[in-house]
Design a protein around this ligand. Structure first.
Ligand code: GAP
Length: 503
């Protein structure tokens, strides 16, 4: 993961926000390549989800909405995470991320061990228990650890559990609920009546605008409303690079179906759609799994939630949630706003509150999954038998920040520069194109490989016709993945690259 983070900074994918002031935890900036990568993700999702379908429309709603929206949605009352403070280190943790276990020797509890959740929580706690027993020189048979998260600690256990920050017991506070919504004030007076929130999800914009979209007369059940936009959550422990941030971007779609439709069929349909979309941006099938939330952990109104999980370098984590939410959200907004949010079904000749299936994903989590998948190190051998390590970002071409780089063979030959500029100007309106005339061609290839550019076009003396008319007005097109070079007519470049991008 460190290598990916370093490359992201070095090559301008992702920077820490306000880095010159020491940064701010949980906030990230996207550099020139990162901004292109994210734009490609957003555009591709929008094209597939909205423009490419006749049953989904797109909207853009405001980040700050009427505060009652968040009362109706349940966020004011219940959008909380359990928080624990360590009084010694002044660090703050999510209680459900602290795992602890009693150390039991010959059936007797002799102490406690703890750690932050990891891929190897049970194994690491067992090692800690063994180390604890050794350090205290306790004789007897150590039992296997029994990991629980800190929300399950009894009042008697809380002072005995070591803080993950200091390793010492006695400094952790009991878990208490912390609302993750960022508050702000609208207008000049800082009074309670003007309190507002930065939205913690984009979804409520779709519910609040359901009637307005319906009234445009463009939609008929089953149909979806989609949007892409920023969301804000005051996460207690932002971590794993951009994976859990305090400001992030969501792509959500609310798909409304009739109250007697087969919700499970639609739920499956959208799980499969999302999975296929992830495959089409280059994520490997082997890294994507499904997690069905257990029935007993679902909210009372929820019919089922399935998360598409992705194997990140730091563990298998939620990427895309697909929830069947019944008619809860629209019913709540009808109740709180006093407006009817019923739909009159012409075919069924009756009114009902539509049910909803909600695929919700974070752009930043997709970008991170793509960056982690794309990063590869390869050993290459040149003609002289010399080996070197090639770092290559194998982005799916449709997502790659730069599609094609144009090189004049030499930077000090005006005829070559002039011809290369011509090629550059030809490609630029069609693809994200980069000009590079620094160093030698080998170095330029390495540089483009590191930023994942699928193709490089080199303009050389053959292009000028110096070796005969058959190669005149052709360039060398080099493929990032195969490293093979082919001679392509300048006039064929746009159709050829367009075709490769579609493929
Ligand atoms: N409207 C439903 C909703 O917002 P969620 O599971 O809380 O559900 C949906 O969020 C998606 O948004 C997640 O699957 C994840 O991809 C992304 N997401 C949520 N919190 C995030 C955070 N703190 N940082 C980055 N992405 C986040």
């Amino acid at each position: 993961m460190e290598k990916i983070v370093a490359l992201c900074k070095r090559r301008g994918f992702i920077f820490q926000s306000s880095e010159i002031y020491g940064g701010i935890n949980g906030f990230w900036d996207y550099g020139p390549l990162g901004a292109e990568l994210k734009k490609n993700i957003r555009d591709y999702w929008w094209n597939e989800m909205v423009r490419g379908r006749d049953d989904v429309v797109g909207i853009e709603t405001s980040i700050i909405m009427h505060p009652k929206v968040w009362e109706a949605s349940g966020h004011v009352g219940g959008f909380t995470d359990p928080m624990v403070d360590c009084k010694s280190s002044k660090q703050r943790f999510r209680a459900d991320e602290i795992y602890f276990s009693p150390v039991i020797v010959d059936g007797k509890v002799v102490g406690y061990v703890s750690m932050l959740e990891s891929e190897r929580t049970t194994e690491d706690l067992q090692e800690k228990a063994e180390a604890f027993k050794r350090k205290k020189a306790i004789q007897g048979k150590l039992e296997p650890v029994r990991p629980r998260d800190f929300t399950q600690a009894t009042p008697e256990e809380i002072p005995l559990v070591p803080s993950p920050a200091t390793g010492e017991p006695g400094s952790l506070t009991p878990a208490r609920n912390f609302n993750m919504m960022f508050e702000t004030h609208v207008g000049a007076l800082r009074e309670e009546s003007e309190k507002a929130y930065l939205r913690p999800e984009t979804a409520q914009g779709m519910f609040a605008d359901f009637k307005a979209v319906l009234d445009t007369g463009r939609v008929k059940i089953p149909f979806g409303i989609a949007q892409i936009g920023k969301s804000f959550r005051n996460e207690i422990t932002p971590r794993n690079f951009t994976f859990r941030s305090r400001e992030f971007e969501q792509m959500e779609m609310e798909f409304f179906i009739s109250d007697d439709d087969d919700w499970a069929k639609w739920h499956r349909y959208w799980i499969d759609w999302c999975r296929n979309w992830l495959l089409s941006v280059g994520l490997p099938a082997s890294h994507i799994t499904e997690y069905n939330h257990p029935k007993e952990k679902l909210a009372f109104y929820s019919k089922g939630t399935t998360d598409l999980m992705f194997r990140y370098p730091f563990g298998v984590q939620e990427l895309w949630g697909i929830a069947a939410r019944g008619c809860y959200d629209l019913s709540q907004h009808a109740k709180f706003s006093g407006q009817s949010l019923e739909y009159f079904d012409e075919e069924k000749k009756r009114k009902y509150v539509p049910h909803v299936i909600e695929p919700a994903v974070g752009v930043d989590r997709i970008a991170l999954a793509i960056l982690c998948t794309a990063y590869q190190e390869e050993t290459t051998t040149d003609e002289k038998g010399q080996t070197e390590t090639r770092v290559v970002m194998r982005f799916a071409p449709r997502i790659a920040p730069v599609k094609v780089a144009v090189f004049p063979l030499l930077r000090n030959k005006p005829v070559l520069i002039e011809k290369a500029r011509e090629v550059f100007k030809l490609l630029q309106p069609h693809f994200t194109t980069e000009w590079d005339d620094r160093g030698n061609i080998g170095k330029r290839y390495r540089y483009q490989d590191e930023q994942g550019t699928p193709w490089c076009a080199t303009i050389d003396f053959d292009t000028l016709g110096e070796k005969g008319p058959e190669l005149k007005d052709t360039v060398t097109l080099r493929d990032r993945d195969t490293m093979k070079q082919e001679r392509v007519r300048i006039a064929d470049l746009v159709p050829l690259i367009s075709q490769k991008l579609r493929g």
